[in-house]
Design a protein around this ligand. Structure first.
Ligand code: ADP
Length: 499
């Protein structure tokens, strides 16, 4: 364990520079084997804020070999000891929370107060949670034959490859690597092209505590660096969060190699507001559920809001008023509620959907909040949130994932009809229903086709609750004790013949 711990670097520009052009392999920051880098942009200005190492198959091989070597020793440590080290990582990450929040705000354009600090809090919490679960890696005793003691053991898989996206990279990475490591695996993470630096800092901080090679991180493009990770013969499992298209590619390669895979993909999550719902709570729930403060860049975003006819108009005007009152601006400014979109490509995609919505029959676009006026942000990737009304659940804008601050409010009259509409989607990640009637709430929780259903609230992912989707939203579960047991260990059956 290093004697001298790294000090927080609160200027994110300096911190980005210190991390630029590096992977983290075998306990050290190292450049790409090719020597190549690519630029990382601040989306609030579109100015270059740093460089990322451009990883390829050679870097993947070095990282996986380091992780495989480290795993031989790591898996032999008592599980509680591994957990203790992961909990210690949580303490270090909490001590660096402000630094990490500032860097992630600079890198992703997510507002410091409303998003980035929240994410760094969840990051540390995930390590604290899993750090306590080492001794829960229990097997069973099986009543097989009285003369044969039969037990199951939970054993690690080996080297886990984790591929992460840019929207909440710290939280999503934590929910993969914390359980993987506690269970005795080692990991190689491939970061998202748009957000490689803050996760690299996390890796550097954790490597002050973990033995070298347990946690490696690579940056690079998907096909050049992500694909070789999935294909690498020493990778025993892939856990992936990203788009449906890439998830299918990853799944095909994993199937060919016969390795397990967990996929967290997209969503088009319904929010149902019944006639008896508390309007104020439902409006607040729509603001948080739609993740307006994250520019809607969330796979669980409540992007289809079904409102009972009797509340529809009041709901739309209250929601519009609330979103209008939010301040869009510099992500690093504590006064900012809404930051900017991650990349020009993503902004084009979002604007394309807004145009599509506006050109759809009967659609009304309620554009909210004002674009920032600060000249320093004139090239920033800002877009006004849009609340659409007048659309049907069949319109393309209500069916495809936008990943931007765009939601559709759809009017309904009948309960069975709204449940059918909510379920009429390719996705099945999250759903909420807002009602005071217990029977309706209970019925809906059973009928809604989603992996995460909530009544009268819209919480984000919690480290101790199982999270994941059905249909095109993915397979497998993350977070929770069960996710560690089911998705990061193999069960071995042992029979001891005592005769
Ligand atoms: P998004 O549209 O959110 O960027 P992607 O699915 O393209 O979603 O990206 C999610 C992650 O998957 C990123 O880290 C990206 O680099 C990686 N990725 C993209 N293509 C591939 C691929 N062919 N194989 C493995 N990983 C990939």
């Amino acid at each position: 364990m290093a004697e001298q711990r790294l000090e927080p670097i609160l200027n994110p520009v300096d911190l980005a520079k210190s991390l630029s052009g590096q992977h983290f392999i075998d306990g050290a920051l190292v450049p790409a084997r090719s020597g190549e880098c690519f630029d990382v942009f601040n989306p609030a200005t579109q100015k270059v804020m740093g460089q990322a190492a451009k990883g390829n198959a050679d870097d993947v091989d070095a990282a996986v070999k380091s992780a495989a070597a480290a795993q031989k020793e790591w898996k032999k440590r008592p599980a509680r000891e591994r957990g203790k080290l992961i909990a210690d990582c949580g303490l270090v990450l909490a001590a660096h929370a402000d630094e990490l929040a500032r860097l992630i705000a600079l890198e992703t354009g997510k507002a410091l107060r409303t998003e980035s600090r929240v994410e760094t809090g969840v990051l540390a919490d995930a390590f604290t949670f899993y750090g306590g679960l080492g001794s829960e890696l229990k097997g069973e005793t099986v009543p097989f034959n009285p003369s044969m003691l039969t037990v199951t053991l939970r054993e690690p898989l080996g080297v886990v490859g984790a591929i992460i996206p840019w929207n909440v990279p710290l939280m999503l990475m934590a929910l993969k690597i914390a359980p993987a490591l506690v269970a005795g695996n080692t990991v190689v993470v491939k970061s998202a092209e748009e957000a490689p630096l803050t996760v690299l800092r996390v890796c550097q901080l954790m490597n002050q505590i973990l033995p070298k090679g347990c946690f490696n991180i690579l940056s690079g493009y998907g096909p050049e660096c992500g694909a070789p990770l999935v294909e690498h013969p020493e990778i025993a499992k892939i856990t992936f969060t990203g788009s449906v298209e890439t998830g299918k590619i990853v799944n095909r390669t994993a199937a060919e190699r016969l390795i397990p895979v967990t996929l967290e993909l997209g969503g088009k999550s319904p929010m149902i507001i019944m006639a008896d719902a508390d309007l104020d709570r439902a409006v607040a729930g729509a603001v948080s559920g739609m993740r307006f403060t994250r520019q809607g860049q969330s796979c669980t975003a409540s992007s289809r809001i079904f409102v009972h006819d009797s509340l529809h108009d009041a709901f739309v005007s209250a929601l519009t008023e609330k979103v209008n009152a939010m301040t869009m601006g510099d992500p690093l400014d504590d006064g900012t509620d809404i930051g900017c979109i991650i990349s020009p490509e993503q902004l084009e995609k979002v604007k394309g959907y807004i145009d599509l919505g506006k050109n759809t029959a009967n659609a009304v676009a309620h554009e909210c909040s004002a674009l920032p006026t600060d000249p320093a942000l004139q090239d920033g990737l800002f877009v006004r949130p849009v609340i659409f009304t007048g659309l049907t659940n069949q319109d393309r804008i209500c069916r495809e994932e936008i990943f931007g601050p765009v939601t559709c409010v759809i009017r309904f009259k009948d309960y069975d009809e709204v449940i059918a509409m909510a379920n009429d989607s390719d996705f099945g990640l999250a759903a909420t229903i807002w009602t005071k009637d217990l029977k309706t709430a209970m019925d809906a929780t059973q009928r809604l086709e989603a992996g995460f259903v909530q009544v009268n609230q819209n919480l984000v992912v919690q480290p101790n609750l199982s999270y994941g989707g059905i249909k095109q939203s993915g397979m497998g579960r993350e977070a929770s004790l069960e996710a560690m047991l089911e998705y990061f260990t193999e069960k071995k059956t042992v029979i001891i013949n005592m005769t």
